[in-house]
Ligand binder design. Structure first.
Ligand code: SF4
Length: 344
């Protein structure tokens, strides 16, 4: 059955904080959300979705459960008729860890919320403090425990390249997300938005954002940890919204229209190197690398960067990168071809 998500962006509504990296209006491209507007969006999406599809309404952006109770309930009520009629199977929300408690979870459950994504961002106390998150590492664990124990599906959101964050912190955060019982995750390399404390710090030289290429490389380790633990990676890199690319909105960091694809390509590059290093390759070898169906463009990389890099690094005579229906996920297989000339 095909799955569709109807995203309802709730920017900054009720969020009591100003994390140093956050400019929700720019990220979501939306400036406000009302229950009638939410209903109109749901109707508009449903009109384009096949009747037999699995449909989910997702309240994203801001901190959904930090919205004043009446406003939050009004938005949930806007979604409720579609859940009751069976047109929509479930609802998901995203929120911050210190905006979760037993009462909120009871309300969410009442309105058909099945999945809660926690904006964890980092489990390092230093990083949380440097980002002015306003909650502790223990808040993340406490919220996750409550969510899982009440039978919700937990999603964990984390960031790459935050102030004070090291690659080791990010690996630790990915491991913590698994330990918390998350079944899903999103990884966001930092994009520096205008009019944020992070942009000010970057302008003063107090924070050095990762470049697109650095962020792609650094995202690989957390991605691998999560994928190896069978945590579903729902997204890597921010959604491309119009305002993300509007002039002056982004002042640095990992802003690229295909950031996720770049990260997956970096993952393939790493796996190709590991697999080839296990072979005793004669000089001028002809290699075939097979990947799962649908993964060819990520494996080859943008502008054929993986193809070019691997050929050069291993002084290959030829390299074919092909799909193999026997492979799944991000598996790959390297075969040494005899004297045949390959092409890719
Ligand atoms: S808690 Fe979320 S919405 Fe609020 S400022 Fe931080 S990142 Fe933005």
């Amino acid at each position: 059955m095909k799955h569709f998500t109807i995203p309802i962006f709730v920017p900054h509504l009720g969020c009591p904080r100003q994390c140093s990296f956050c400019n929700q209006k720019t990220i979501t491209g939306v400036r406000s959300m009302t229950p009638p507007a939410a209903s109109r969006q749901i109707e508009a999406h449903l009109a384009t979705i096949p009747r037999d599809a699995h449909v989910e309404i997702a309240f994203f952006g801001g901190s959904f459960t930090a919205i004043p109770r009446a406003e939050m309930e009004a938005l949930l009520q806007a979604a409720a008729p579609y859940v009751a009629s069976g047109q929509v199977s479930s609802v998901r929300t995203s929120t911050r860890p210190d905006a979760i408690d037993g009462d909120v979870l009871e309300l969410l459950s009442h309105y058909g919320v099945k999945t809660i994504e926690l904006g964890i961002q980092s489990t390092s106390p230093q990083v949380l403090s440097a980002c002015r998150r306003g909650h502790t590492t223990e808040d993340c664990y406490r919220a996750a425990r409550l969510i899982v124990s009440r039978g919700f599906t937990l999603g964990g959101q984390m960031m790459i390249g935050l102030p004070s964050s090291s690659p080791a912190d990010e690996v630790e955060t990915a491991r913590a997300i698994i330990a918390m019982g998350a079944k899903e995750a999103r990884i966001y390399p930092v994009v520096v938005f205008a009019d944020t404390p992070l942009a000010e710090d970057a302008a003063k030289g107090l924070y050095a954002p990762l470049t697109v290429a650095e962020a792609a490389e650094r995202t690989v380790a957390p991605m691998e940890i999560l994928l190896d633990a069978h945590v579903k990676l729902l997204r890597v890199g921010l959604c491309e919204t119009e305002s993300l690319h509007a002039p002056g909105q982004v002042v640095g960091g990992a802003c690229h229209p295909a950031m996720g694809e770049l990260c997956y390509s970096a993952l393939y590059r790493k796996r190709m190197r590991e697999a080839i290093s296990r072979l005793a390759l004669p000089k001028q070898s002809n290699l075939k690398i097979s990947v799962a169906p649908g993964k060819l463009s990520m494996a080859i990389g943008q502008k054929r960067c993986n193809d070019t890099t691997i050929r050069k690094e291993y002084a290959l005579e030829s390299l074919k990168i092909v799909e193999d229906p026997a492979l799944v996920g991000f598996e790959l297989r390297v075969d040494l071809l005899s004297s045949e000339k390959g092409s890719s």
